[in-house]
Design a protein. Structure first.
Length: 290
């Protein structure tokens, strides 16, 4: 910082301005403030710190048990939690897969950008994150569901099978999901991003399976996450891209943080094409139908 004078400029000190990563910033721009202070800011690509490995480990769990009682969420919302293990009998759902992929640089890129459940913006979350006994019981059940769905070693989930490996590029990410197609139909995925990576599963209209894809289940009922929403793989004219949105009624992710998920995915998978769309954008509905 310099004091501008007619005869000689005087050095006052240094000033650091921490700006969150944003794809809309130009490489150079000037910020003019009130008075006679002018600050020049240099903005370039996010300086990615070195990662220990050059691969992204992934784990896919094939669940022989869906891990929920039909309507259990609704039951707990109206009465006390089950008191015995037999009251929480699990219902079978065939070939339900959950995915976990380690992502690098989440904390570095997102810095203070977090999604915290807010009663004013998320009515769905009130049942889960409230302070009452019913909410506390529901969180316990959700965490049990999470452990069941993401573990092949859980004693209750002894029928689960895990497939693990490493991804080194976007093409392998697309191939892991078979271009987003299963049984001849395009699939959509519900995801939650935390500091250690991304967890997701297919979204479904079926009641039992839909309970499994709720964002709170993927986050293990965490009050605070980095981001959440849905995504699908879209192919047009031979061009394949991942379309990611912020559609989560539980966490109500902020639109201003949506570009960060694009930057994060493309940093981890440099050849992966990513498009981000706000859940209110009419284009998203067209994508869902088309």
């Amino acid at each position: 910082v310099w004091d501008k004078n007619f005869t000689k400029d005087r050095h006052l000190g240094t000033l650091d301005i921490a700006l969150p990563p944003n794809q809309n910033f130009e490489q150079w721009f000037r910020l003019n403030t009130q008075g006679h202070v002018k600050v020049a800011v240099s903005w370039g690509p996010f300086p990615l710190p070195p990662r220990k490995n050059f691969v992204n480990p992934f784990f896919v769990t094939l669940n022989k048990f869906a891990g929920t009682v039909i309507g259990l969420h609704e039951k707990i919302a109206n009465k006390a939690a089950p008191t015995t293990e037999t009251e929480s009998t699990f219902t079978t759902t065939n070939d339900f897969q959950t995915y976990y992929i380690k992502l690098y640089w989440v904390a570095e890129m997102w810095r203070d950008a977090k999604q915290v459940w807010d009663e004013a913006t998320s009515k769905k979350g009130k049942t889960i994150f409230g302070s009452g006994k019913k909410s506390e019981a529901l969180r316990g059940v959700i965490r049990k569901q999470h452990d069941l769905l993401y573990s092949a070693n859980n004693t209750v989930a002894k029928g689960n099978k895990a497939n693990k490996g490493h991804l080194i590029n976007g093409e392998q990410f697309i191939n892991l999901l078979n271009n987003g197609v299963r049984d001849g139909h395009k699939r959509f995925y519900t995801y939650v991003l935390t500091d250690d990576g991304i967890r997701f599963a297919e979204t479904s209209g079926a009641k039992v399976r839909d309970n499994m894809t709720k964002h709170a289940v993927h986050s293990a009922a965490k009050y605070e996450i980095r981001y959440a929403g849905e995504f699908h793989i879209r192919e047009e004219g031979g061009f394949v891209r991942v379309v990611i949105d912020n559609n989560s009624g539980t966490y109500a992710p902020k639109l201003e943080h949506l570009p960060l998920i694009k930057q994060l995915m493309e940093a981890n998978f440099p050849d992966l094409a990513v498009e981000v769309v706000d859940w209110k954008d009419p284009k998203l509905k067209e994508y869902t139908i088309g």
